[in-house]
Design a protein. Structure first.
Lengths: 146, 226, 151
């Protein structure tokens, strides 16, 4: 395997680990995640609850499916879509001047929007890189099985 | 630079950046606490509860704790020392004195440090101070010019503790009160009503219970005409 | 670059459906974890109420900086001292609304619980969104706030 190939694999595993961990933390503490979702004040309560239950498992499943070849492209596309939604939500909260962290217990300070958005842009860029690395093998497989 | 080389450098840059971001988020904790919330369980009849938070300086810099502030004068908080070298462990200990409080309590302690990534650390502990005596409800009211009906409050002692029939101190011209034994030493019922519902009033009944532990427990029941 | 064909759509469906199944199982495992509407009220619901007794359970400094007009500052750490004062204020027609800084603060729910369960007051709720929600929507719902610094 070339160095480029190794780096690509490393990036894929890091992304998988990132989303599996993020999803697991949210799934483990749905109450805390619900408070985070509520602080964005974007959705009615029913949809907030749907997001609280669904999103963590979507992250976990997509993170896991980044690893085998078969589902890689679709998992990466889904994660890219998620990142775009996260960035949009952050942007809207920033524009509305919301303080999306509290600091009552365990947290401190206000949300650092530029840093949060920069982090999400970075992750989205990494996913795009993974997507651009996907099709050659997947398309070849599909042609083979079509 | 051809396309492949550009992609290679971009990939390398991205991997390093994401890797350092991940590492940074793990390493940035500074003073890392085993837990920032404690659940204390004091024994029945205790007058205070002690707590301890353990932590470690997981950064690569020396950290100085500049101040330790508790949310209440009833809570002490002490650190063995203020300066923690990288890797050093420490303990924040203290005592919460009940001062007659009962039921669910939650207290906060704030540590202020010179770590720019973590200038303030919020710690909390909570506990349920076992009630020696539970009165339910502790507030009874009657509507102004309404019916002078009898209302009940139930008094129950915690397991393992008994009391003779409570002594009640109250304005006997304003309130009619009967104390009945439901379970000797353990449960009592208060039946009461105001004598005059034609004016607004706020009254209280002080119940003194001689406990089997040898001391007295006082409980207030509030009575109102509104 | 890449095209979504039927294989891709099948895989995408799996990716979207499997989490839904997991979520359904998890939600069944943690029944009623999240929903607490028997304890909360929203700002819009309060707007319809005529007799609201507001309890501010934030720090004294926050209260002084800004609070709902006529809100009673209630320090749960001084429960035994403050309760009689609160009971003096309370009227039978009151809707008691307890608020703290935001949704992330648990104090308002805890105070609301104690007032209902221990004291026996009916119609006690905590405000969903807390002070943060109030400053954003008070004008829309006609709730007067006394604020030195309005966001």
């Amino acid at each position: 395997m070339t160095i480029r190939g190794i780096l690509h694999e490393l990036l894929r595993w890091m992304m998988a680990l990132l989303f599996i961990t993020a999803g697991a933390i949210k799934a483990w503490q749905p109450e805390a995640f619900w408070q985070d979702v509520q602080s964005y004040r974007l959705l009615p309560e029913v949809l907030e609850l749907a997001v609280v239950w669904y999103l963590p498992y979507l992250e976990i499943v997509c993170g896991v499916l980044l690893l085998p070849k078969r589902f890689r492209l679709e998992a990466a596309l889904t994660l890219l879509g998620l990142m775009l939604i996260f960035m949009l939500a952050l942007g809207i909260s920033w524009a509305r001047g919301l303080d999306i962290t509290c600091g009552c217990f365990g947290g401190s300070g206000s949300a650092n929007y530029p840093l949060l958005i920069f982090r999400d842009v970075l992750i989205a860029a990494a996913i795009l890189r993974l997507i651009s690395g996907c099709p050659k093998s997947v398309k070849a497989n599909e042609r083979k099985h079509a | 630079m051809d396309v492949n080389r550009r992609q290679y450098f971009f990939l390398r840059f991205l991997t390093i950046l994401i890797g350092s971001l991940l590492l940074n988020s793990i390493a940035q904790a500074g003073l890392k606490f085993e837990t920032t919330r404690l659940e204390l369980k004091p024994p029945m009849g205790a007058l205070h509860a002690d707590y301890m938070f353990s932590f470690r300086n997981s950064s690569d810099q020396k950290i100085t704790v500049q101040d330790v502030v508790s949310s209440c004068g009833c809570t002490t908080a002490e650190l063995g020392k203020r300066v923690y070298q990288p890797g050093e462990v420490g303990e924040l200990k203290g005592r919460f004195t009940f001062e007659g409080r009962t039921g669910f309590q939650q207290k906060k302690i704030t540590l202020k440090t010179d770590d720019p990534k973590q200038p303030e650390i919020l710690l909390a502990f909570q506990l349920d101070i076992p009630k020696v005596v539970e009165v339910s409800p502790i507030f009874l009211y009657w509507k102004l010019d309404g019916n002078a009906e009898w209302k009940q409050a139930h008094l129950k002692l915690a397991e393992g503790i008994t009391s003779d029939i409570p002594q009640a101190t109250f304005d006997q011209e304003a309130i009619e009160l009967e104390v009945k034994t439901v379970k000797p030493g353990q449960e009592y019922e208060l039946k009461l009503k105001p004598t005059d519902l034609s004016r607004k009033r706020m009254l209280s009944i002080k119940l003194s219970l001689p406990l089997s532990t040898g001391n007295y427990k006082e409980v207030l029941v509030y009575v109102a005409v509104k | 670059m890449w095209r979504l064909n039927e294989f891709s759509l099948q895989r995408l469906s799996v990716i979207l459906l499997v989490p839904a199944l997991l979520a359904a199982v998890s939600a069944g495992w943690h029944p009623a974890t999240l929903h607490s509407s028997e304890w909360d009220v929203t700002v819009s619901q309060i707007a319809e109420e005529k007799q609201v007794l507001w309890l501010d359970v934030r720090s004294e400094a926050d209260y002084v900086a800004g609070h709902v007009e006529d809100a009673f500052w209630f320090n749960p750490e001084e429960w035994d001292v403050q309760l009689p004062m609160l009971l003096q204020l309370w009227q039978p027609d009151n809707l008691v609304v307890v608020y703290c800084s935001s949704n992330k603060c648990q104090t308002s729910l805890e105070v609301a619980r104690r007032l209902r369960m221990e004291v026996g007051l009916e119609r006690v709720f905590y405000l969903k969104g807390g002070w943060e929600e109030l400053v954003h929507s008070n004008e829309r719902y006609g709730i007067e706030i006394h604020a030195e610094v309005k966001r």
